[in-house]
Design a binder for this molecule. Structure first.
Ligand code: FAD
Length: 394
């Protein structure tokens, strides 16, 4: 079965499969799963402690799930973006709440690994310099402090896939990494489950500001709405140009391919000399790097792949570098100041941009998603958007 976002049926299936479980019916026919007379999963009827903050309406679809420890509970509820939550009523209880309508979100990001990165260098001084920079960054709280510097034998013992040119390195513990394609599949499943009409292979050819509404043209029809969010990468530039907006975006092209080593590294490798990241994704090692500015968004230069392969050679061992699959190129949306472009167009407030994430679209996407959702549907973005304004370069 393909991995997918969670559904209500999964909750029933998993709860029913626990040893010695009995299913009883609550007062309104709601399912309650118990072991030894204690409820560990129960579908609640609406109660005063969990309600829509805007309408005051009690949530009709809350599921209560027992967790093992207070730490487990905290880990699930403390992220404001998490679908899990708690209420005062549950203070001191080892349980979390989740709405059935938000279950699909539980699956999003579940493939993320937290094993950290192994940063690899051929030169010990270069490794020490980067190590010191990350120590400074860790003080600000953006990442964990790196583990001690490793010498040649130690770094190669860490990952036997590394070749003779790997002479120094260090682990940044706890850093997360993910197979981006699985994340996108989960996200698509989650928004579809929430009732969103997702159309793939449907290029938007124009955006029209109608004053009291906005409309986008597709090959099938024109779609009208109160607001359009353009999260169309470097191509956002072309979509807003007819609205009289010159967006400071250019394509910084990255290249990627997959290798098939007989033994996978245990975590993500930052191969600094080759300027690439090597990410284990299933049975492949995904290599990604390079920054090419040639004024195009789509031209693929095979020599860029060759250049990466040449630099990789001494850094890896027992990998057939001629056996490559999934060679591709993607244009990163680069901005002059390295910051994303977020927010409404000054002259067209119904047109909202969410682009320009430079090299960090996967990393920053969830934050941008939250900010833009609050801007469009909530009480405002929750942060000062001035540094990210589309018009800031004029
Ligand atoms: C080799 C490589 C390595 C990377 N590594 C990392 C990394 O390690 N960490 C990280 O955080 N990020 C990484 N990225 C992500 C990258 O740097 C970008 O930040 C990210 O792709 C930007 O996301 P985006 O959704 O804004 O734009 P894009 O990914 O460019 O997506 C834009 C989407 O809009 C669609 N579109 C465009 N025009 C239209 C239209 N007219 N109508 C309908 N749809 C349209 C496109 O088809 C595309 O699907 C990497 C990218 C590459 C290429």
């Amino acid at each position: 079965m393909r991995e997918r976002a969670a559904r209500v049926a999964d909750v029933h299936e998993i709860a029913a499969a626990m040893p010695h479980t009995t299913l009883i019916e609550g007062p309104k026919g709601n399912a309650i799963y118990q072991v030894g007379g204690k409820s560990f999963v129960f579908f609640r009827t609406p109660r005063p402690d969990a309600f829509d903050p805007d309408t005051g309406e009690r949530y009709p679809d809350v599921i209560v799930i027992w967790v093992e420890t207070e730490a487990d509970k905290l880990a699930l509820v403390q992220d404001p973006g998490s679908p899990f939550f708690t209420t005062e009523h549950f203070n001191g209880h080892l349980s979390v709440l989740v709405r059935a309508s938000r279950l699909a979100e539980v699956g999003v990001g579940r493939h993320a690994r937290r094993d950290g990165y192994l940063v690899v260098h051929s030169d010990r001084d270069a490794a020490a310099e980067q190590h010191a920079r990350i120590v400074d960054m860790a003080v600000t709280g953006v990442c964990a402090a790196p583990e001690p510097l490793l010498g040649p034998a130690e770094v190669r013992a860490h990952e036997p896939l590394l070749g003779d040119a790997a002479r120094a390195g260090f682990v940044i513990p706890g850093e997360r990494w993910i197979d981006a394609s699985l994340l996108i599949d989960d996200l698509a499943d989650a928004v579809r489950s929430a009732g969103v009409d997702v159309r793939t292979g449907t290029p938007v050819s124009a955006v029209h500001d109608l004053g009291d509404a906005v409309e986008v043209d597709t090959p099938e029809d024109a779609v009208a709405g109160a607001v359009v969010v353009l999260a169309t990468g470097v191509w956002t530039r072309d979509l807003v140009a007819p609205l009289g907006v010159k967006l400071q975006l250019q394509a910084g092209k990255g290249y990627s391919f997959a290798l098939h080593p007989s033994r996978m590294p245990t975590r993500l490798l930052e191969l600094s000399d080759a300027h690439v990241m090597a990410t284990p994704v299933g049975d492949r090692l995904r290599i990604a790097g390079t920054m090419e500015f040639d004024g195009t968004t789509d031209r693929f230069h095979p020599e860029r792949i060759q250049a990466i392969v040449r630099r990789l050679g001494p850094l890896l061992r027992d990998v057939d570098l001629t056996h490559r699959t999934e060679e591709w190129m993607g244009p990163r949306p680069m901005t002059p100041d390295g910051l994303p472009i977020l927010g409404s167009l000054a002259a067209h407030p119904r047109v909202v941009l969410a682009t320009g994430h430079n090299m960090l679209g996967i990393t920053l996407g969830p934050v941008t998603g939250g900010v833009i959702a609050n801007l469009v549907c909530g009480d405002g973005p929750g942060i000062d958007l001035a540094p990210f304004a589309p018009a800031r370069f004029r």
